[in-house]
Write a protein that binds this ligand. Sequence first.
Ligand code: NAD
Length: 362
Amino acid sequence: MNSTPISEQETTMRIFSHHEFDHHEQVVFCHDQATGLKAIIAIHNTHLGPALGGCRMYPYASEEEALNDVLRLSKGMTYKSAIANLPLGGGKSVIIGDPHSDKTPDLMRAMGTAVERLGGRYIVAEDSGTNVEDMLLLGEITKHVSGIAEKCDAEGNCRSGDPSPMTARGTFAGIQAAVKHRLGRADMEGVRVAIQGVGSVGHHLAKLLHDAGAKIFVADINRSAVEQMVMELGATAVANEAIYDQDVDVFSPCAMGAIINDQTIPRLRASIVAGAANNQLAEKSHGQALATKGILYAPDYVINAGGVIDVCYERSSMAQEQIIKQVDAIGETLHEIFTRAEAQHKSTYELADQIAEERFAS
Ligand code: NAD
């Protein structure tokens, strides 16, 4: 396990009065002496079904930081599942440790035991720092695990667990809906899209956009990922910092969070922000700042729900075509949000929160 000493000040760590605590139903601290497991599972809300959410493994500098993350992320999952119309609540887990040096098969099995003890109130899946192989280890101990099934498309191309292609598909459907709403265009021919980050989701998204006739601009700190997009799709490579300044129709963040902020909003020339990255707005008020500037924002947790839809239904008998239909319906959900936000003079982010809350509060 990570040997980072936990600050002594943390003896005063608060839970119920924590600034990220928001009526969470259950917060469980999990420890296993033999493997050194230190984990927290947070179940935010189960009104719509069991709480599904990823297990993040990260070398948190403090227990406070880990608690902060799990409280915030589990709440986010409640909103994401509710807006995607899934029979799921919101939860998340974090393992305190470095996935590169602290992860062992037994530690993962111990995490499986921690999940199993909750009796199905929490369903675990992969997240940053964990992968399909880890989930298979948890699956030796608990059946409350998702994101592990092998999935094959009509052409016989198979993939195991990885939700990224479905996340990209949902994001593509969301971009189409935004283009239709803002630009009045039913097709993507010649629409200019700047993608920040062409990793697991971004590169699938770039291909979908390219196949639909869009003109792609890409930036990534990983040069080879950019070169691949230039070679495969004829994409235009852009320097990392310059991605915000591109003369494009759509800015599509697919890398990290908090990239919509006081510094970047004045630079954006796109009339649409629609991408897969989580927590794109540095502050909620930046959703309003985008609207004030006339930029249509597709709320991140709505447009990037393709992966959770995929992971949810992999546990059911739903046929792959039906799952795809549900993912494509992200476009319709966004259409509703765009239309109602305009009618009610609200930002799209506020409106999405409102719809999600109406659903899970009942
Ligand atoms: P990834 O790590 O596979 O890809 C991210 C890419 O962004 C990498 O290629 C990385 O080099 C690049 N990057 C990092 N910092 C950058 C920077 N400053 N400028 C430009 N590029 C940068 O991750 P992913 O699975 O593709 O996920 C991308 C985003 O989408 C994340 O915010 C993730 O939380 C979110 N998301 C992913 C999924 C999913 O199914 N994978 C689902 C929902 C949300």
